[in-house]
Design a protein around this ligand. Structure first.
Ligand SMILES: CC/C=C\C/C=C\C/C=C\C/C=C\C/C=C\C/C=C\CCCCC(=O)SCCNC(=O)CCNC(=O)[C@H](O)C(C)(C)COP(=O)(O)OP(=O)(O)OC[C@H]1O[C@@H](n2cnc3c(N)ncnc32)[C@H](O)[C@@H]1OP(=O)(O)O
Ligand SMILES: Cc1cc2nc3c(=O)[nH]c(=O)nc-3n(C[C@H](O)[C@H](O)[C@H](O)COP(=O)(O)OP(=O)(O)OC[C@H]3O[C@@H](n4cnc5c(N)ncnc54)[C@H](O)[C@@H]3O)c2cc1C
Length: 664
């Protein structure tokens, strides 16, 4: 606006190489270059404008999303973008759309659960977007309990078809994104019935709409489920309702990698675990962890820049007031979120590796790491999305009153993000899965079966059950070994305490239900340990760039010590640390905040977000917040006229009536 960088002084304070940190954040130089180029391309294109979203009515909003998705596809083709570049372009367009489900779930479901033949038939159509697909699992009556789904797929040997049917109101498919108005096809989950026998839930490819005129095919009732939380936000998505009235599909449209139905109607299971039917969910949970760091870093970038611009109190001798970022309370709320964004980035990278490793093993029929992959994706999805949703809301509060304006970008970001705590598995339901995995691990200790992967720390259970932290000075908390021992012993002791309590119940399922709140806490402790240990492992790698490692070490310590402070009840009650050591951790935390303070703006610059992507006046790169806020207010449609519409109908008569009453 005035061409001045109002945050230049802050940027000059940085003690590290920001460009090198950008590469660490992106994951590699190549990833950085792709991301940088595509984000600038999107930002410069008026076709991807998004600042008007909160003002649009639903129909207009939705049509605008359809236009953008079609335009994005046109640009992808025109520019011959690779798969990686196309995914980045959709990410930077930053508008939830049916394409998320098409590329994010429909295609992966066919890839993961379809046979070679099925993949050859359906994937080329999906890749060219000649068909558009959704993921139709959840029903009105059941989401979490997948085994409770009611839609049926009954094999008819006479015609070699499945008959898909919604027998009850609660069996109506409810929630699938992209289903409401767009998808031509869906991977639909239904109970497979052959010869009167129920074989449980399986996936089927079902055509829903005509490829000629988009009308629903015979027997199909389909529509949108209605407005969701927030203006704009996730209302760009057509989450749908769907009912089947005896819809027939050919037998070869059952996804048959895990199990098959023969021409004669015989049900056969491959040598693979039935849980592979849930494979798409495992894949998406893994991507959601990576996305958590994107959403949180975005909110943190806004709150950090604005905290450096905003001044309140503290003026001395007529000088400027204090920047709110210098208040210790502001730092204590903001810097752990900054550290969490980095922590989630690195654990997301690791989880991607784990997922790739499991997928490669599955190709060779090695299913040994599947339970660990399920527990890690479920647990980390839960812990990172909960922290991110809470963190975005905290960032809004860190921005004071202006954070509540849509132009801050934070209300919409929160409204879009918060369902991540529910979709792809309710966070509590998923933590209970982790707890089951932990209880199984504890029950096998001493059986000779060595715990591996993320539970390998349980291999030293005797030590972890009785060790005492040897921290004596605040600086001792900077040793990775001190942090790891505290987190490992806390997680181990909480799991073992639950396992011991469970033995008091004659019926284990009853015991599990009764102790579920404690089990969830044990699962959280285990997941936080994974995040802390993956951050520490990241620091063992070669990290080029002046001062970059030092900044990451400070952030890693902030992440761990803040968790230790927040959950000190766990650490103290299990006897892993003393009250004195907890207090020393807090002292260390304060000094880490002072270390990060001069680098805070550079640390959020390292995310390399364009102003378009941030979509926030408070977070704009140049920090010129006030003129921009002032100008934006006048652009609000309510200010199109000085005297509002409705004055003559509702305000004037009121004023006149009050005048008459006053005269009386
Ligand atoms: C302004 C802003 C604008 C833009 C945006 C800005 C920012 C946004 C940023 C990011 C956005 C975020 C992400 C985007 C990416 C994608 C998201 C896009 C859209 C959202 C899509 C959402 C789609 C869905 O929700 S699909 C539906 C998902 N449904 C669920 O998850 C259901 C959950 N339930 C279950 O999974 C199961 O029912 C259960 C696991 C809870 C229980 O299953 P079941 O009863 O069968 O099993 P159990 O008896 O408990 O267990 C039996 C054994 O099986 C093991 N098991 C269970 N599951 C698995 C598995 N998946 N894999 C392997 N093994 C498994 C279990 O452990 C048991 O084992 P045991 O050894 O016998 O004990
Ligand atoms: C924005 C959005 C997009 C979605 N997109 C899709 C999609 O594309 N495709 C699709 O198929 N689905 C989709 N879903 C559905 C989503 O996957 C489910 O809503 C989710 O899995 C949660 O299930 P539920 O709604 O049945 O919650 P419920 O299970 O009914 O949860 C209600 C409460 O009960 C608690 N609870 C449930 N079971 C237990 C238990 N065993 N122990 C303790 N507490 C429990 C939960 O913690 C929660 O507090 C979407 C949902 C949303 C919000």
């Amino acid at each position: 606006m005035d061409g001045i960088d109002h945050l230049a002084d802050e940027r000059n304070k940085a003690q590290f190489d920001v460009d090198a940190m950008k590469i660490v954040w992106a994951g590699s130089r190549h990833a950085f270059e792709v991301s940088d180029r595509i984000s600038k391309l999107v930002a410069a294109d008026p076709g991807f404008r998004k600042d008007n979203r909160p003002m649009l009515g639903r129909n207009e909003l939705f049509k605008n999303t359809l236009r953008k998705a079609a335009y994005a596809w046109k640009r992808i083709i025109e520019l011959h973008l690779s798969e990686e570049e196309a995914a980045k372009l959709r990410f930077y367009v930053d508008e939830p759309a049916y394409t998320d489900l098409h590329w994010g779930m429909f295609v992966p479901a066919i890839k993961g659960q379809g046979t070679e033949e099925q993949q050859q038939k359906w994937l080329p159509l999906a890749y060219k977007m000649q068909i558009i697909g959704c993921y139709g699992q959840t029903e009105l009556g059941h989401g979490s309990n997948v085994q409770g789904l009611e839609t049926t797929a009954t094999f008819d040997p006479q015609t070699d078809e499945f008959v898909i049917h919604s027998p009850t109101l609660t069996s109506s498919k409810w929630w699938p994104g992209g289903l409401g108005k767009v998808s031509t096809h869906g991977v639909i989950y239904a109970r497979l019935i052959t010869d009167g026998r129920d074989h449980g839930v399986h996936g089927f490819i079902v055509q829903l709409r005509s490829l000629e005129d988009h009308s629903p095919l015979p027997g199909i009732t389909v529509g949108d489920i209605g407005m969701k939380f927030g203006n704009g936000a996730y209302n760009t998505m057509d989450n749908g309702v769907l009912r089947f009235d005896h819809v027939r599909i050919p037998r070869d449209q059952m996804l048959m990698r895990v199990s098959q139905v023969t021409r004669e109607g015989k049900y056969m299971q491959s040598d693979v675990p039935r849980q592979l039917v849930y494979g798409t969910m495992v894949y998406v949970r893994q991507t959601i962890v990576a996305d958590a760091s994107c959403a949180l870093s975005r909110a943190v970038c806004i709150a950090t820049r604005y905290s450096a611009v905003r001044r309140q109190f503290g003026s001395q001798d007529g000088g400027p007031e204090s920047q709110v970022i210098d208040y210790k309370t502001q730092q204590n709320r903001l810097f752990p979120l900054l550290a969490s964004a980095y922590a989630f980035r690195f654990v997301g990278e690791w989880l991607k590796w784990l997922y790739t490793d499991v997928t490669q093993r599955l190709q060779t029929n090695d299913f040994s790491t599947l339970p660990e992959a399920h527990a890690c994706t479920a647990g980390l999805k839960s812990v990172t999305t909960t922290a991110t949703a809470d963190g975005i809301e905290e960032c809004r509060k860190l921005c004071g009153g202006h954070g509540y304006l849509c132009t801050s970008g934070l209300p919409e970001l929160f409204a879009v993000y918060v369902p991540a705590c529910t979709y792809e598995g309710d966070n509590i339901v998923l933590l209970l899965q982790v707890a089951r995995f932990l209880m199984k691990t504890v029950s096998q200790l001493g059986s000779g079966k060595k715990p591996v992967g993320t539970t390998s720390y349980m291999g030293q259970i005797e030590h972890l059950m009785q060790c005492r932290s040897n921290v004596q000075r605040a600086e001792d908390w900077l040793k990775p070994s001190a942090i790891l021992e505290a987190f490992e012993s806390r997680a181990a002791r909480m799991s073992v305490a639950c396992a011991q309590n469970l033995t008091k119940f004659t019926n284990p399922e009853e015991g599990f239900a009764e102790l579920s709140a404690d089990l969830v806490e044990a699962a959280v402790a285990h997941c936080q340990l994974i995040i802390v240990s993956k951050f520490i492992e990241k620091l063992l790698q070669d990290i080029p760039g002046k001062g970059v490692r030092e900044q990451l070490e400070a952030l890693c310590n902030i992440y761990a010590l803040f968790l230790l402070h927040k959950h000190q009840g766990d650490f103290l009650s299990t006897g892993c640390i003393t009250a004195k050591q907890a207090s020393l951790a807090n002292d260390q935390l304060r000094s880490l905040y002072s270390q990060v303070r001069p680098n805070a703006i550079a640390l959020v610059d390292a995310f390399n977000y364009t102003d378009h992507f941030l979509g926030s006046i408070l977070g704009c790169y140049d920090g010129n917040v006030y003129p921009k806020l002032y100008e934006a207010a006048w652009k609000d449609p309510l200010n199109d006229s000085v005297v509002p519409e409705g004055y003559h109908e509702y305000i004037r008569p009121l004023l006149k009536q009050n005048l008459r009453t006053a005269r009386l």
